[in-house]
Design a protein around this ligand. Structure first.
Ligand code: NAI
Length: 250
C-alpha cells in the first residue's frame, strides 16, 4: 500500500527533469499520474516508464500558457482517474534572460507567461475542481531565484517570486475548503535544462560555490513534493520550501 493510493495527480512539465522525477515519485507511492507537457512524445515516454514500473500513468500534450489546453488536460485527468486530488504545477523555463535594461519586452512577457501566468491558470482550474470535490493538495515549482536572484535573470526571478506570492494567496483563500497549496524552491538541480545552459566548467564552478559541494538531484525535489502532498504535512499550507542543500540562503 502506498501513502498516496487512490490520489489522482496532474503534473506539468513531467516529460523531463524535476517534473519527470516528481511524476515517478508520486506514482511510486500509489498516486495515479497524468503527465502534461508541451513535449507530448516525452510525456508519453515517461507515462510508459511509470507503467512499466507497475504504476498508473497517462499523458497529455499541454502548453501551460494556454488556458484551454490546461482545462483539457485537467478534464483528461478526471476522466482517466475519476478525480483530481493532487497537482504539481512545475513546467517553466529560464529562457530569454538578461539584465533589466537589456530585456526585450517580448522576452519579459514570455517568461512571465510560462513561469507565472501558467501557475495562475493551472491553479484557477484545479482550485475550482477541488473546492467542489472535497479538497486537495497543490505544489507549485518556484526557484531559489525567488529569494536570491541569479545574475541577469530579471523576468525569471520576478516570475518565481510571484509564484511564492500566488501560493500564499491560494492557501489563504482556499485553506478553509480543505485545499493546501505550497511551493518548492529548488536550488541548482542537475536536469537537462541546467545542462543545456551550463558547460562542464560552469557546472564545476557551481559545485565549488555550493555548500553541499554538489548539484541537487531531481529526486531530492520529488521527495519534497511527495511530502507536501502527503498527510505528514497536513498542517503545512502556503509555505515556500527551499530544497537546495544549503546553497542559497547560507
Ligand atoms: P526541464 O527543461 O528539464 O523540464 C521542464 C519541462 O517543462 C520540459 O519537459 C518541457 O517540455 C516542459 N515545458 C516547458 N515549457 C512548457 C509549457 N509551456 N507547457 C508545458 N510544458 C512545458 O527543466 P527543469 O530543470 O526540470 O525545471 C523544472 C522547473 O523547475 C521549472 O519551473 C524551473 O524553472 C524550475 N527550477 C529548476 C531548477 C534547476 O536547477 N534545474 C532550479 C530552480 C527551479
Amino acid at each position: 500500500m502506498g501513502e498516496l493510493d487512490g490520489e489522482a495527480a496532474f503534473v506539468t512539465g513531467g516529460a523531463s527533469g524535476i517534473g519527470r522525477a516528481g511524476a515517478h515519485a508520486l506514482a511510486g507511492v500509489g498516486a495515479q499520474v497524468m503527465i502534461a507537457d508541451l513535449n507530448a512524445v516525452g510525456a508519453a515516454e515517461v507515462a510508459e516508464e511509470i507503467r512499466s514500473a507497475g504504476g498508473t500513468a497517462q499523458s497529455v500534450g499541454c502548453d501551460v500558457t494556454d488556458e484551454a489546453a490546461i482545462q483539457a488536460g485537467l478534464e483528461a485527468t478526471v476522466e482517466a482517474f475519476g478525480g483530481l486530488t493532487l497537482a504539481f504545477n512545475n513546467a517553466g523555463n529560464a529562457l530569454g534572460q538578461a539584465r533589466i535594461h537589456e530585456t526585450d519586452a517580448a522576452d519579459w512577457r514570455a517568461s512571465i507567461e510560462v513561469n507565472l501566468t501558467s501557475i495562475f491558470l493551472c491553479m484557477k482550474h484545479e482550485l475550482a475542481w477541488m473546492m467542489d470535490h472535497g479538497g486537495g493538495c497543490i505544489v507549485n515549482t518556484s526557484s531559489g531565484a525567488a529569494r536570491v536572484p541569479a545574475p541577469g535573470r530579471a523576468p525569471y526571478s520576478a516570475a518565481k517570486r510571484g509564484v511564492v506570492a500566488l501560493t500564499a494567496q491560494a492557501a489563504r483563500d482556499y485553506g478553509s475548503l480543505g485545499i493546501r497549496v505550497n511551493t518548492v524552491l529548488p536550488g541548482v538541480i542537475d536536469t537537462p535544462a541546467l545542462r543545456s545552459n551550463h558547460d562542464d566548467e560552469a557546472l564545476d564552478r557551481l559545485r565549488r560555490f555550493l555548500p553541499s559541494g554538489r548539484l541537487g538531484d531531481s529526486n531530492e525535489i520529488a521527495d519534497a513534493v511527495v511530502w507536501l502532498c502527503s498527510p505528514g504535512s497536513r498542517y503545512v499550507n502556503g509555505q515556500a520550501l527551499v530544497v537546495d542543500g544549503g546553497g542559497i540562503l547560507a
